[in-house]
Design a protein around this ligand. Structure first.
Ligand code: KG4
Length: 336
């Protein structure tokens, strides 16, 4: 089954052609991150306009690179939630028109389900059930992947997402937007014990976490030093920050793993590219005797191949949509 897939939930416009869920025939991405960098974060209206400009050309390019014709497309999949509403709407409207014109089914895909599915593309042997740490610009959740279309959130952030926390900290460090990857680089070689930052806890909810206190602590450290005219070692600061994020996440993932008994752990989303989190998870899984699946860096960020992959499993489960499909700014992964 050949699926043409679209993703437009934030600042990446993407199209891909995926065969039978796990074989990526093409995957093309256009990012408007450069435009947002000027403002220090995503400007939703700019993102939406850039999606409108890019999506049609990307669809043609995905079909061309896949070496197929439009007549070969069996279904169209699209991210319909969650995301910036104007941005998601562009993908949903375009996908609807393509599916209507081709006379093929329309498959709505939850964005975070797509991130999880990126692991299926990279790892042919991975099948549910498993536990997935979903960490992106908008999401931080420990998800029990019971089946391809059956998810349960075991824990997650009560405020900022991990990616947001990386981006906001990076902005204060003058690293631009998106700042996760440059902050990750800056942390390399730094002393991760130089600064002690707090790990957020939520009373009576051991698997839930909070990043707002960490963000404030980093900002205060930088502002205090500025006021006193002191120089901070930014490599040490970045390393200590990254360590705190990792230590906020990984013990909770391992607790959730022990609760499910799966001993199968995957990671998903843009922050899954973080070298500290990847290394710490590898060590924790080795110690616990759990198997770990890490997506390749190219599949961590937003792309449409992951939407085509998840779209295939949604289709098999009978989850197609009518022409009344609408975009949603927020939606629980278990209901998507
Ligand atoms: O999954 P993604 O591309 O978009 C969303 O669905 O949100 O994730 C983007 C997020 C940004 O916050 C970016 O700074 C972060 O992923 N990110 C990283 C790294 N690479 C990207 N955060 C930490 N370390 C990285 N290496």
């Amino acid at each position: 089954m050949i699926i043409l897939a679209f993703e437009s939930s934030c600042d990446e416009t993407a199209a891909a052609v995926v065969e039978d869920g796990r074989k990526v025939l093409s995957s093309v991405i256009a990012s408007s991150a450069d435009m947002h960098a000027i403002y220090g974060g995503v400007v939703p209206e700019i993102a939406s306009r850039k999606h409108v400009e890019a999506i049609s050309g990307l669809a043609d390019e995905a079909v061309r690179q896949a070496g197929i014709t439009k007549g070969d497309i069996d279904a169209v999949a699209v991210t319909y939630a969650p995301g910036l509403i104007g941005a998601v709407l562009v993908g949903v409207s375009f996908a609807k028109s393509v599916a209507y014109a081709l006379g093929v089914p329309l498959i709505p895909v939850h964005h975070v389900r797509g991130h999880i599915a990126a692991n299926y593309i990279a790892h042919p042997d991975l099948e549910p059930p498993f536990l997935c740490l979903c960490v992106s610009g908008g999401t931080t959740a420990i998800v029990d992947v019971k089946d391809y279309t059956h998810f349960e959130i075991m824990g997650g952030t009560r405020d900022d997402a991990a990616g947001e926390c990386f981006d906001k900290t990076a902005r204060v460090l003058g690293l631009g937007y998106p700042g996760g990857a440059p902050l990750d680089n800056m942390a390399r070689g730094g002393n991760d014990e130089a600064f002690r930052f707090p790990i957020g806890h939520v009373a009576d909810h051991p698997l839930d976490l909070s990043f707002s206190g960490l963000k404030t602590a980093v900002l205060n450290t930088i502002h205090n030093a500025n006021q006193k005219g002191e120089e901070l070692d930014l490599h040490d600061l970045a390393a200590s920050f990254s360590r705190t994020v990792s230590e906020s996440l990984i013990p909770r993932v391992m607790t959730a793993n022990a609760m499910t008994g799966y001993n199968k752990i995957a990671v998903a989303g843009g922050v899954a590219a973080n070298s500290r989190i990847r290394a710490d998870l590898e060590a924790a899984c080795r110690a616990a005797g759990a198997r770990l699946w890490l997506p390749p860096l190219a599949l961590c960020g937003d792309n449409a191949a992951m939407i085509g992959c998840q779209g295939y499993y949604e289709y098999l489960a009978g989850n197609t949509a009518g022409w009344e499909l609408n975009a949603r700014a927020s939606l629980d992964i278990s209901k998507g």
